[in-house]
Design a protein around this ligand. Structure first.
Ligand code: NDP
Ligand code: MG
Length: 374
């Protein structure tokens, strides 16, 4: 019997890569559900090839498929069915959150690429795991690396997590030059090919802040024991320093295929001849450098929001999502992204009772602040 996988965001970068991996693992897994936001043409192709029981399209205007589930509830409908054992959440943004929580409450494994879920609602997601018996296995390459480095060890054995960052396309740029960087320049990532939103997040380093918060919740490590180090080659995907001083790193070529496969099979390892292999003899020299915190204000703001807790990470995330969308549409300059995040974090109240309603209210307020800036 093969395990059923639901892929949320199957038409995106992670979703398409996952289908390439699954194509080689048909003896272990079958595709039970596929969902997209609005890319009906690609979803149709994927449905024709994979014949899932469930297909969902959130924005379905003009699409004549009465057999497809439509509207925002399509994501939740996709994950709760008994034939789904693993939910690969590859939706971008907070739009993926409700489905993550529903899957965890329903006792599923969530192979989580959608890091925004943990940033906005980390505590609620961990509580949903407890309540429903579900589990989160990270797809993000740094967190997959940390999970693999940890092995059977837990937080008590960890001195610190060292999360690597490529540094993005502006690793060596001054803050002034970066302020006016164009869309094309921001989308030219040196080592990874990804969707537009995370590619811009990797240029501002907001992505690293999201990942620090993600690691805090996933592994239960306090913020002062999570370090970010720039590693331009993206070969060491992250490291764990244990209490005895031993450091274990996970290494591989920059490809999401391995972290996706591992999130499905963890703690097992399965052979896959299609996964790109690492060869130390052809690898470039591996270098490490300190992150220039003053040049990347979005990173500092995000880590501070994580440390503040409450609604602050939700405000950081929403402001970032809104600002990145404005930047991609040409409405604000690159430097305006961090300015917008800072404005939202100083305007929207971040204390008070945390539940889904208050988090979503903070999310809406942050978007309104950013929207009002242009
Ligand atoms: P993409 O933009 O390439 O794909 C996003 C997917 O989500 C698409 O299938 C899109 O559908 C769907 N989607 C977008 N908005 C909504 C919505 N409101 N409701 C439902 N579905 C929606 O993103 P990536 O694949 O690059 O990233 C996905 C997630 O994985 C992000 O959280 C990212 O941070 C994380 N991640 C990505 C990595 C990568 O290598 N790409 C690496 C590590 C993490 P449609 O195509 O119809 O618009
Ligand atoms: Mg990552």
């Amino acid at each position: 019997m093969t395990q059923g996988i639901a892929i949320l965001g199957s038409t995106g970068s992670i979703g398409r890569t996952a289908l390439r991996v699954l194509d080689r693992q048909r003896n272990r897994f079958h595709v039970a559900a596929l969902t997209a936001h609005s890319n009906a043409d690609l979803l149709r192709e994927q449905v024709n090839e994979w014949r899932p029981r469930f297909a969902g399209l959130v924005e379905s205007a003009g699409v004549d498929r009465s057999d497809w589930h439509t509207g925002p509830s399509a994501l939740i409908d996709a994950v709760v069915s008994p034939d789904v054992s693993i939910v690969l959440n590859a939706v971008v943004g907070v739009a993926g959150m409700d489905a993550t929580l529903a899957a965890l409450h329903a006792g599923k494994r969530v192979a989580l690429a959608n890091k925004e879920t943990l940033v906005v609602a980390g505590a609620l997601a961990m509580a949903a795991c407890e309540a429903g018996g579900g589990e989160i296995v990270p797809v993000d390459s740094e967190h997959s690396a940390i999970l693999q480095c940890l092995g059977a060890r837990g937080a008590a054995d960890v001195h610190k997590l060292i999360i690597t960052a490529s540094g993005g396309p502006f690793r060596e740029w001054t803050r002034d030059r970066m302020a006016a960087a164009t869309r094309d320049q921001a989308l030219r990532h040196p080592t990874w090919s990804m969707g537009n939103k995370i590619t811009v997040d990797s240029a501002t380093l907001a992505n690293k802040a999201l990942e620090v918060i993600e690691a805090h919740y996933l592994f239960g490590i306090p913020y002062d024991r999570i370090e970010v180090v720039v590693h331009p080659q993206s070969i060491v995907h992250s490291m764990v320093e244990f209490v005895d001083g031993s450091v274990i790193a996970q290494i591989g070529v920059p490809s999401m295929e391995l972290p996706i496969l591992y999130a499905l099979t963890h703690p097992e390892r399965v052979s896959d001849a299609g996964i790109p292999r690492f060869d130390p003899l052809v690898a470039p020299p591996l270098t490490f450098e300190a992150v220039r915190m003053d040049a990347f204000p979005a990173l500092r703001l995000g880590i501070e929001a994580g440390k503040s807790g409450g609604m602050a990470p939700a405000v950081f995330n929403a402001a970032n999502e809104a600002a990145v969308a404005l930047f991609l549409d040409g409405d604000i300059p690159f430097g305006g992204i961090a300015t917008a995040i800072e404005r939202a974090l100083t305007t929207v109240p971040v204390t008070g009772k945390i539940d889904l309603d208050t988090l979503m209210d903070a999310d809406r307020q942050a978007r309104a602040v950013v929207g009002g800036m242009c």
